[in-house]
Design a binder for this molecule. Structure first.
Ligand code: HEC
Length: 102
């Protein structure tokens, strides 16, 4: 197969592949959500630092509100949530928890 034909095939095949593999909810993550998943990685579901897509939105919101309003001493999370509004927390929780499909 010559090179230009291969390029043409790739160009034709790629969008189909991308569309086929995209999940219905695959909207790009918000910048705020990206700041969370740097630490909370999907494959590192540690007890202390769980993968957020293993938690329900309600659980995430509850934890963030607790970290904001009643931070535990030495909490790492508290510093990320001090400036968040209730609405921001709710939308973040919905976004991150929305991929819960254990
Ligand atoms: C610097 C790393 C880091 C970042 C960034 C981070 N977290 Fe955390 N997260 C932790 C650690 C460590 C804990 C364990 C509790 C603690 O130390 O506060 C935790 C705990 C949590 C918990 C509690 C889980 C439970 O079982 O109670 C939730 C929910 C959570 N983080 C959500 C988030 C969200 C949402 C963001 C983005 C705004 C975020 N985290 C950003 C490190 C991080």
């Amino acid at each position: 197969m010559n090179k230009s034909l291969l390029c043409l095939l790739l160009a034709v095949a790629t969008p189909t592949y991308a569309a086929g593999s995209a999940k219905p909810k695959a909207a790009p993550p918000s910048p705020l959500a990206l700041s969370c998943t740097g630490c909370h990685q999907p494959l590192v579901n540690a007890k202390e630092m769980p993968a957020l897509n293993m938690l329900t939105p309600a659980k995430i919101a509850e934890s963030l509100l607790a970290a904001r309003d009643k931070p535990k001493a030495g909490s790492i999370m508290a510093r990320f949530v001090t400036k968040m509004s209730d609405a921001q927390i709710a939308s973040l929780a919905a976004e991150l928890g929305s991929t819960v499909r254990p």
